[in-house]
Design a protein around this ligand. Structure first.
Ligand code: GLA
Ligand code: ZN
Length: 684
């Protein structure tokens, strides 16, 4: 087992499925991959059926031959346990491993990520496979990490899950009385007298469709339960590998803003975070950065592994646009700029059949290195190798924390009212995007994290305030922090029951306001307000609030309707700090202006001021402070440097003054020394 300290370079490579190809082609693949600078392959991701042809046989011969070849070629391995798709024989013999869909339809064999997470049979077989693999490869010293299953996710509503849900509820609430109280079952005559009466919330029971439920508390708990169930399935395999290889570094590939799993909880059980990054066509560079920052935040700022991205094209979007020349490199650097210590891909070689035959790869169907994508991959491999690990382990010196929370996401998604246009992630994105586009560093934090290192804590639409979370905020502000939140916050507690005594509930004192009502504006309807002489729109929701110690910051209040003149922006001094409230959703221009003002007041500086479309992001380690400049536009851009630095990708040539960055080009500039301590990389 390679020790993490020995990984002193950027791991470059990704998913490789040679079992889909005739063996004669493997050595040619190796040649091409080596020439492209690949130093790691992820193996065995979907090989359950090929390793285990029946209940009692495990056959590692082919994987042994692949492993041998990979080792001969000096590559490291990320070893997947292969449980992302169960074998057909297993589904036939044990139909209980099959999932049941939201509408109650029991699936047959097919697809992948298809096992019921609560099936005892699936769990037994998955654990056993992980055990066998770990036992078989425990002395293989080029395995640098283990990869449990693949992209855990999806849902199940089968009888296994129903039984397990009741058990989960018993453990959480103890008695039926408590459950009835927590779920507020006096509403619509839902009182439960027997645990067996409880059924999963789907279209056969509480749901009208995926989003609309008649009982938020039940739906919310089922979301939590499913996330926990899959986490348990992950942990069974994790522990099976650890039992054999105690120093194994184990992960599973997460998916950024994936609604199904509470990654903040999951990350506690993973040795390092890894992520798959597949931006949608319409995603901006800030949207991509936001997902990376979320992943970096899962382990309080520790670097993560970029496990998958496509070199060129996906197959599953409605329109699968090619990544334009330079974009693969640009986005790889963007991931690094936000905390990735590996640059990995799906996939090394394109399949001939199945739904991924049109998905991009380093080696295309033509089978040679004479392709644009291969040439770009080779150039990137060489560039990353020349970096020789200088940036590894570097941390993002963010002074702004943004609070993200899966329970809030679920609760808002399934909330009945006030507006179908209220979308947690979209609202959240408006604030994040404004900050990122101005090059402010942001850490995405959970409410359990320590906020003391931040000057600003931003919590857009903090609808559900759980447990003592308000205490942490009060402390943060009292000690001098700036807290920013806004409309539809502090409305419910952890079971989605409304707070009494006035909104925003437990945040009322620190914000110094009382929100009496909340108006939902129909699609395209707008109110407006003026802030520092400029008129901005008020959209989606308008809180009608009264100040209680806070002062109004906007010039006009709402400009129309019966609540004309009611404050939109407030500011409240609390202890040594300030708490801000934004009573409505507004435009990008507004967030840029308002958040920039708050940053200035809090003494928080951006990494650098750059022209629009040029991103600057920084990371600091014992080698100094690295500033990535990423030109996301199709024009050359000039950036004025207020300091002198070294151009790392240009042989560390000195740079200062105004520099030109070509379209889609990347610079990494190095300034002065950073931390004196060696910071540890993602595997440590
Ligand atoms: C996911 C999966 C991969 C592959 C890619 C295709 O990330 O983990 O197995 O299917 O999508 O984009
Ligand atoms: Zn199930």
């Amino acid at each position: 087992m390679i020790e993490s300290e020995k990984v002193r370079h950027i791991l470059y490579g990704g998913d490789y499925n040679p079992e889909q190809w005739p063996e004669e082609s493997w050595s040619e693949d190796m040649q091409l991959l080596k020439e492209a600078g690949v130093n790691i392959v992820t193996l065995n991701v979907f090989s359950w059926a090929s390793i285990q042809p029946d209940e009692n046989t495990y056959d590692f011969d082919r994987l042994d031959r692949i492993m041998e070849l990979v080792q001969e070629n000096g590559m490291a391995v990320c070893m997947a346990t292969g449980t992302g798709a169960h074998p057909a024989w297993m589904a036939k013999k044990y139909p209980e491993i099959l999932r049941t869909e939201f509408g109650g339809q029991r699936r047959k064999f097919g697809g992948r990520h298809n096992s019921c997470p609560n099936s005892p049979v699936y769990r037994t077989f998955a654990k056993r496979l992980a055990e066998k693999l770990a036992g078989h490869y425990q002395d293989q010293d080029n395995i640098v990490s283990w990869h449990i299953s693949n992209e855990f996710g999806g849902e199940c509503y089968c009888e296994n899950c129903e039984r397990a849900f009741r058990q989960w509820l018993k453990e959480r609430y103890g008695t039926l009385d408590e459950l009835n109280r927590r779920w507020y079952t006096s509403f619509w005559g839902h009182t439960f007298y027997d645990w067996e009466e409880i059924v999963p919330p789907d279209t056969r029971s509480e749901h009208i469709d995926e989003k609309r439920t008649m009982f938020q508390g039940i739906t919310l708990d089922y979301k939590r339960f499913l996330s926990d169930s899959m986490l348990e399935a992950f942990r069974l395999e994790y522990e099976a590998v650890k039992a054999v290889i105690p120093d194994a570094r184990i992960t599973t590939n997460l998916m950024g803003f994936y609604p199904g799993l509470d990654y903040q909880k999951w990350a506690d059980h993973m040795d390092f975070v890894s992520v798959d990054s597949y931006p949608a066509n319409e995603d901006t560079y800030a949207d991509i950065a936001m997902a990376h920052d979320l992943m970096r935040g899962l382990k309080q700022g520790k670097p993560f592994a970029l496990m998958e991205q496509t070199p060129s094209v996906t197959n599953w979007l409605p329109y699968n646009a090619l990544k334009r020349p330079g974009v693969m490199r640009l986005w790889s650097h963007e991931a690094m700029a936000h905390g990735a210590d590996t640059v990995m891909f799906f996939q090394m070689k394109r399949s001939l059949g199945g739904c991924e035959k049109h998905h991009g790869a380093f080696i295309d169907h033509v089978g040679t290195g004479q392709t644009r994508v291969y040439r770009e991959a080779t150039a990137l491999g060489a560039e990353l190798s020349a970096l020789s690990g200088q940036t590894l382990g570097a941390r993002t010196p963010a002074k702004i924390g943004m609070l993200f929370d899966w329970d809030n996401w679920w609760a808002l998604t399934h909330s009945a009212g006030p507006s179908c246009e209220l979308d947690y992630v979209q609202e959240w994105k408006r604030c994040y995007r404004a900050l990122r586009e101005m090059n402010y560093e942001v850490d995405i934090v959970s409410s359990r994290d320590d906020f003391s290192g931040y000057r600003i804590l931003l919590a857009p639409v903090w609808y559900m305030v759980k447990g003592q979370d308000d205490e942490a905020v009060r402390r943060f502000v009292a000690e001098g922090g700036a807290f920013v939140t806004g409309f539809f916050s502090g409305i419910v507690q952890e079971n989605d029951l409304a707070v009494t005594g006035g909104y925003p509930g437990k945040l009322r004192d620190v914000l110094g306001i009382w929100v009496e009502e909340c108006d939902a504006l129909p699609h395209d309807a707008e109110n407006s307000f003026v802030y520092q002489g400029v008129r901005y729109p008020a959209r989606i929701l308008c809180d009608l609030l009264h100040t209680e110690g806070a002062v109004q910051m906007d010039d006009s209040g709402y400009e129309t309707d019966f609540y004309r003149g009611y404050p939109v922006l407030t500011k409240h001094s609390y202890g040594k700090g300030i708490a801000y409230y934004m009573a409505t959703s507004s435009s990008d221009d507004f967030y840029r202006k308002f958040l920039e003002d708050i940053c200035q007041e809090a003494g928080v500086q951006p990494v650098l001021r750059t022209p629009s479309g040029v991103e600057a992001a920084s990371r600091v380690n014992q080698n100094g402070s690295f500033i990535w400049l990423l030109n996301h536009t199709e024009e050359p851009q000039e950036v004025c440097l207020p300091w002198e630095g070294l151009d790392v990708l240009a042989g560390s040539a000195p740079v200062n003054g105004t520099i030109t960055i070509l379209p889609r080009d990347v610079r990494i500039l190095l300034r002065s020394a950073g931390y004196s301590q060696r910071s540890s990389g993602f595997l440590a």
